[in-house]
Ligand binder design. Structure first.
Ligand code: SF4
Length: 360
């Protein structure tokens, strides 16, 4: 695995009760798709995201109605709230007053120096960070003229420009994103950014697509970065229910050993030796372990020929046998269970292992 450099060596920045940066943790974010001024709908969606494992949620703030809704939304949710503002510093001030835990705003895009100072003073007074969101699709005109088209260097220069504005006001609680919908460009931009400054990076491949295509594209781009040791927080951007973004993010972090307390499923691809309805069992077990907060590896295998041995690293598993299932732990068969009850038996064993973990 590539040496991890940037992730741990970033400046720690507090967002609500979480710390982004300065460690090897990667925090999962998503964004509400509701109209922010519709408080009921927004709180309901954030509750679903929380339940799915979202750790920080962002809401759009396109108008004063949205900014005014922040204080009520904040009272009714349990995870830190990020408010996304473009251009209008007054929305930022309102959101900060309402209790936003972080704002996403580009200080170079909000006009006069007094506006920037007002936002920075308000953020400082509340001890909240500012995320600078560089996006290849909306780079400043002078950078497009200089570079000809959006390049990684142009994106880094944009980030440094906004960072300098904040640093000149002695503000350092900064998080930066370098989003692009082109995977190569995003990877290069994040890589260069990680060498140019030590502020934490929020990862994302923007406008990545639908649930299927966007998952593959995001995993390709963000996976490369995670493996390089880059990224302190991430959002998978999908044209789908945002709960799916959280599920994909968690699975991606699990693949890199970056989700400390999450259960993992190992399931075989099936072949002609299959003895049970493996695909539906694997899906059922995957849903079951989604809420388990313990590092348990669960295997579901179609047959016992190579089964338990193929999944030796699993803490617990079942393998199909003719008309029954074999329950195994760490590659050793512990008992036979009837086919009809084998999934229930497996769930009970998973619960036992989870309880043992929680009791530690
Ligand atoms: Fe085939 Fe059995 Fe291996 Fe599954 S566990 S891929 S059914 S041999």
């Amino acid at each position: 695995m590539a040496e991890r450099v940037h992730r741990k060596n970033t400046r720690p920045v507090k967002v609500g009760n979480l710390t982004i940066g300065g460690n090897d943790e990667v925090i999962i974010q998503s964004m509400a798709t509701t109209k922010t001024h519709d408080i009921e709908a927004t709180v309901a969606e954030i509750s679903r995201l929380e339940e799915a494992g979202c750790q920080i949620v962002r809401v759009a703030c396109p108008d004063m109605r949205a900014a005014e809704a922040i204080s009520e939304i904040k009272k009714r949710i349990n995870i830190p709230l990020v408010v996304d503002i473009h251009f209008n510093y007054k929305f930022a001030l309102k959101a900060i007053e309402g209790g936003a835990d972080k704002i996403r705003i580009n200080p170079g895009n909000i006009g006069k120096r007094e506006n920037v100072e007002a936002v920075v003073q308000a953020a400082k007074a509340k001890g909240i960070p500012i995320r600078i969101g560089v996006n290849a699709g909306s780079l400043e005109r002078h950078l497009l003229e200089k570079y000809g088209y959006p390049t990684a260097d142009a994106m880094v220069e944009s980030a440094l420009h906004h960072i300098k504005i904040l640093e000149d006001l002695d503000f350092h609680d900064i998080i930066v994103s370098m989003k692009a919908s082109d995977v190569h460009l995003a990877v290069e931009a994040y890589d260069k950014a990680s060498k140019a400054f030590d502020y934490p990076l929020h990862l994302g491949i923007t406008e990545s697509g639908t649930l299927f295509a966007g998952t593959v594209k995001s995993a390709a781009g963000i996976g490369v970065l995670l493996n390089m040791g880059i990224g302190n927080t991430l959002r998978i951007s999908l044209s789908a229910d945002p709960v799916e973004e959280v599920k994909v993010a968690r699975e991606l972090l699990k693949s890199f050993g970056l989700a400390a307390n999450a259960a993992t499923l190992i399931s075989c691809p099936t072949c002609g030796r299959i003895e049970i309805d493996l695909i539906s069992i694997a899906n059922e077990v995957e849903d079951y372990i989604a809420t388990i907060k313990a590092p348990i590896k669960v295997a579901v295998l179609g047959c016992a020929v190579n089964g338990p041995g193929e999944a030796r690293e699993a803490d617990i598993g079942i393998a199909g046998a003719r008309g029954e299932g074999l329950l195994f732990m760490k590659g050793e068969i512990v008992r036979k269970v009837p086919e009809e009850t084998m999934v229930e038996e497996l769930k009970k064993e998973i619960d036992k292992l989870a309880e043992e973990h929680y009791a530690k």
